[in-house]
Design a protein around this ligand. Structure first.
Ligand code: NAD
Length: 277
């Protein structure tokens, strides 16, 4: 069964690189107008130009830090001013700041809740006025237009993972947010689901030996990546025997952004090659 997202406007956070970029690409290829966002202006410009060069001009970007309390409102407002509507929201932005619990500071733990749980909450709250009012008008006119929210979680959130108390807590929390919003927004014809990834090939899962395995966040240089021995052991225990690609990850998200999932809400789909921690 084929579908088109022509006429739909989608917001994808953290889409300068990695899985977010692949999701934005899949959505654009399916016909949606896409608002991309990231901390990293250069990465956003690269993504936007690559999509334009591929023949998808309906891509815009807004640079900014989702953990700045004022930014989610600005992002949603900016999207409405630029694209005129919001039909799809993918809360994807994230990073890991790992350590065993005795070495995890309050700031570190809070940072993981801020990006993985508080930022998605603020974005959905910022969009709620538009979503409720638009849905009420559509319903009064006898029209059913399904909108889509996809929150990105992880098998660290569903299974737990040593060294990731903060990350796992944020990723578990966003499942609670997903299930609650599915119940609050069902009456407004919004499908709210989560996709949880296993290990996908991005800078978050690169071998820790790689020289650019770090990002700067609020004055901290945070190491990103996985021990090479751990990567090998995960590949061995993964039923599909490998990590997933960003495009494969984006495929699972596209399902929840498409009409194929119009009667699915409040669910968590794990896209991890069968691997669990
Ligand atoms: N790669 C994996 O194996 C894996 C597994 C499970 C879950 N995830 C989740 O998938 C999502 C995407 O991760 P990825 O692997 O593509 O990582 P990535 O580092 O390749 O991309 C994440 C993007 O999010 C952006 N970002 C981070 N904090 C931000 C902020 N405060 N404001 C705006 N943008 C911000 C980064 O700049 C980056 O471009 C994350 O939520 C991550 O936790 C990834």
């Amino acid at each position: 069964m084929s579908f088109t997202l022509a006429g739909k406007s989608a917001l994808v956070t953290g889409s300068g690189r990695g899985i977010g970029r692949a999701i934005a690409t899949r959505l654009a290829h399916s016909g949606a107008c896409v608002m991309i966002n990231d901390l990293d202006e250069k990465a956003l410009e690269d993504t936007e130009s690559a999509l334009r060069a591929d023949g998808y001009p309906n891509v815009r970007h807004i640079t900014g830090d989702l953990t700045d309390p004022a930014f989610p409102d600005k992002l949603v407002q900016g999207m409405l001013e630029t694209l005129g509507s919001i039909d799809i929201i993918v809360n994807n932005a994230g990073y890991s700041w790992d350590n065993v619990i005795q070495k995890t500071t309050d700031e570190q733990f809070q940072a993981m809740l801020d990006i993985h749980l508080l930022a998605p909450f603020r974005i959905l709250r910022a969009a709620s006025g538009y979503i409720r009012e638009t849905a009420k008008t559509e319903i009064a006119a006898g029209k059913r237009a399904m909108r889509k929210v996809v929150n990105i979680t992880s098998i660290a959130g569903t299974d737990g993972n040593p060294g990731q108390a903060g990350y796992s807590s944020g990723k578990a929390g966003v499942i609670g947010l997903t299930r609650t919003m599915a119940k609050e927004w069902g009456r407004y014809n919004v499908n709210v689901n989560a996709v949880g990834f296993g290990l996908i090939e991005t800078r978050l899962t690169q071998a820790l030996t790689s020289k650019d395995a770090s990002m700067e966040m609020h004055g901290h240089q945070i190491r990103l990546g996985v021990q090479p021995t751990m990567l090998e052991s995960i590949k061995h225990s993964c039923p599909l025997g490998r990590l997933g690609t960003p495009d494969e990850a984006a495929g699972a998200v596209l399902f929840f952004c498409s009409p194929l999932s119009d009667y699915v809400t409040g669910e968590v789909l794990i896209c991890g090659g069968g691997f669990h921690f």
